[in-house]
Design a protein around this ligand. Sequence first.
Ligand code: HEM
Length: 408
Amino acid sequence: MSLAPELLERFDLRDPDFIADPYPVYAELRAAAPIFWYEPTRQWFITRHSLVHSTLRDRRLGRAYLHRYTDQDLGRPEPDPRWAAFHDSERWSLLNLEPPDHTRLRGLVSKVFTPRSVAALRPAIESEAKARLSELTGRTTFDLLTDFAQPYSVAVIVAMLGVPRADTDHLLAWSHAIVKMYELTTTDDQRVAANEAAGAFIDYVRALIAAKRRAPDAGLVSQLIEVEEAGERLTEDEIVCTTIVLLNAGHEATVNTLGNGMRAFLKHPEEWRRVCAGKVAARTAVEEMVRWDSPLQLFERWVLDDGVEIAGQPLAVGDEVAMLFGAANRDPQQFDDPDRFDAGRGDATHVGFGGGIHFCVGAPLARLELEISLDELRRTMPHLTLVEEPTYHDAFVIRGLRALLVAP
Ligand code: HEM
């Protein structure tokens, strides 16, 4: 399906104005076409909730194709050797695997991420949130992202993995550099930085694994090593990539959800008052934070089988499909008055955590972290206000604020 050139022009993934507020353009795209071809990235974009929902569950598409085809088969360039360390760092990431490897690895990781085992972390997460916020008492202003959300969320994931807390500054720097690879507009300078970061990250995790072999603890890295030593179901490379993806995915999206979501509250003070007055439970409000201004705007799939058609559009093996989560989560066919930020909506049918076999394995942890931070914020800072208008990073896929300056 083709779109009016004027509309396509406004769907400009590099334009800071578009990134700051993509929702009006999404509304026009959704109304104009359920799926359209976008030449700048050579992808099919999907705009509507029902189609994003079904595409996520369609096993004829996958996050990877190398288990079925070579790059040559699909007429795609071989991986660039300049970015070899980056590719190594995610070769065995859950996000790059399809069954049967995905099933095997995901089975092991999800054992640790069941709602029950995550719920057992509640007291530790609560005391982390309290400690971070109490450090801010007495401040007249602070950045909710770097002074609270980031150190809080990183502390939770490093504790879960059993990574020394003293190393978090390195991890953060590597993680920020690596995630630039997932943008559609990455520059070569960013690729060089991401590749260097990935190489350093791999070396770090290998040393960590060696240390955990000598002195195991209760953390996830030790648990994965135990599985590896007990049989042949997991290799060291798989442990390295799993640790890296959990560390990266384990805070970037949560931090951005807190930033985007608290911005939403501060722009809609009546909704914040509902939460502070206990009229809307923090757990309920979290779903609306993820839906209304999703920290992850787009995810991709490859067409792996013949005969795939989406909304009547035939697709060929090797075609790439880009699902606009941000557009799906504002689809009026799915949500009443979708542009309204309604803390009490409590509708978890959003696609913010994905769906199908790659559904976010960390969702129970993310939900708990967000719920606890909202509860602690409403308890300690009910009069929170914005100090200056926040702006978004120039990144579309992983969409988040540069800073969120607030007064308690
Ligand atoms: C609010 C915070 C979060 C959001 C919005 C989020 C969102 C997502 C989404 C949309 C996917 C699916 C991607 C796709 O289908 O292609 C995903 C996958 C994943 N997420 Fe999250 N995530 C969050 C937090 C976390 C946390 C805290 C962790 C880890 C502790 C985590 C670990 C992962 C992993 C490992 C996958 C890959 C799962 C697989 O491929 O089987 N995420 N996440």
